[in-house]
Design a protein around this ligand. Structure first.
Ligand SMILES: [Zn+2]
Length: 364
């Protein structure tokens, strides 16, 4: 024990210099669930928080003005490659670069000195005064390996993934004083609250994906010696392997599986269709109205699900209508005006499936 105290003391006594520039992600406020929701149900609902509907096309756009947001061609290329790397994992999401801001879900700027950050998953669709949903605040090409990882990391946030070093199962004990002091200085200049929310704060255990810590995740920061006290082997620093880890791939494919059926089951008015997927999974249906009128879609049973309707012509990330009944006793219900002959896709992500309880969906 004496040895532990001594080595701890030597770290506490020396000033730690951080040379890495870190991402300062914009985390949404945790969703408040009604009282009485069981711990397991809450855990499963939170696990799918801010995840996109699989099969969506996420459209991204690089600012062409104002000048402070515009990136050089070499910088944009790093980001394009990072989107392609996530896609190459075999996920069911699609990425498309668009030339106009109006058509984009993800708006990417390269404002120097403003940090690198992204909003989390579907939270990018929330309207805000700041038109950016992602920013790169330093060159992605000065250190090509680190730049590539920064782009992968920010896109990971856009896909709905949190910070891995904040995983409570990591059991990291920080030298908090050294972390605050190091991050307050060059090159990050973070406030105490930014440092707390991006490094020290542990994610609620029921919000973590799985129970294993992955120090090689692209969602994990590298840490210089002197910031981590425990596990002891990381006192000398922690450097993730770089690139997407095996577990990054595993989780990406869990929420966004690449195996999408070639033809979807058709919905017919007034006929219920069973929903036979487990918690976290998604099931899709096709619907082609024969009359132009208002239609209603509703789920039945005890499952918590998010239900969204898309026009097949432009299956993007933004639904025509959407409802999420998670944590509540009522069922998801949509009412919307549809056109005869048009093709629509109804996507249902079951956030919590009550064991052995039947669930179904119907249109009328
Ligand atoms: Zn981050």
């Amino acid at each position: 024990m004496a040895g532990t105290a001594a080595s701890q003391g030597s770290y506490l006594g020396s000033k730690v210099v951080v040379t890495h520039r870190y991402c300062a992600a914009k985390f949404p406020k945790p969703v408040k669930l009604p009282a009485g929701v069981s711990q397991e149900r809450a855990r499963l609902i939170r696990e799918t928080a801010n995840k996109w509907m699989n099969g969506s096309t996420i459209r991204y756009w690089f600012f062409d003005k104002p000048a402070k947001y515009v990136g050089a061609a070499s910088q944009k290329e790093v980001v394009r490659k990072a989107f392609a790397q996530w896609k190459a994992l075999g996920i069911g999401l699609h990425f498309q670069e668009v030339a106009s801001r109006d058509r984009a879900d993800v708006r990417i700027a390269f404002m120097d000195g403003d940090g690198s950050w992204s909003y989390i998953g579907t939270d990018v669709l929330t309207r805000r005064a700041d038109p950016r949903t992602m920013n790169f605040g330093w060159s992605l090409t000065d250190d090509p390996a680190e730049g590539a990882d920064t782009a992968l990391h920010e896109i990971g946030h856009t896909l709905g993934f949190p910070h891995e070093h904040q995983n409570p199962f990591a059991g990291i004990v920080w030298n908090e004083k050294a972390v605050y002091a190091a991050l307050a200085g060059d090159p990050n200049f973070w406030s105490k609250s930014t440092t707390f929310h991006n490094i020290l704060e542990k994610i609620q255990p029921d919000k973590v994906q799985g129970s294993r810590w992955d120090p090689n995740s692209v969602m994990h920061y590298p840490f210089e010696p002197g910031l981590i006290l425990k596990p002891v082997k990381y006192r000398k620093g922690l450097k993730p392997a770089g690139g997407l880890s095996a577990r990054d791939r595993e989780w990406a494919l869990t929420f966004y599986p690449g195996t999408v059926p070639a033809t979807l089951p058709q919905l017919t008015p007034f006929e219920t269709v069973p929903i036979s997927v487990s918690s976290g999974q998604q099931t899709d249906f096709a619907f082609k109205p024969i009359q132009t009128r208002d239609y209603e879609f509703r789920t039945f049973g005890d499952a918590d699900s998010i239900m969204a309707l898309y026009s097949k012509r432009g299956v993007g990330a933004k639904p025509l209508a959407q409802e999420d009944d998670s944590g509540h006793e009522h069922n998801a219900h949509l009412k919307t005006h549809l056109k005869a002959g048009e093709e629509y896709v109804l996507r249902l992500r079951v956030r919590y499936a009550k064991p052995a309880a039947p669930a179904a969906v119907m249109v009328w």
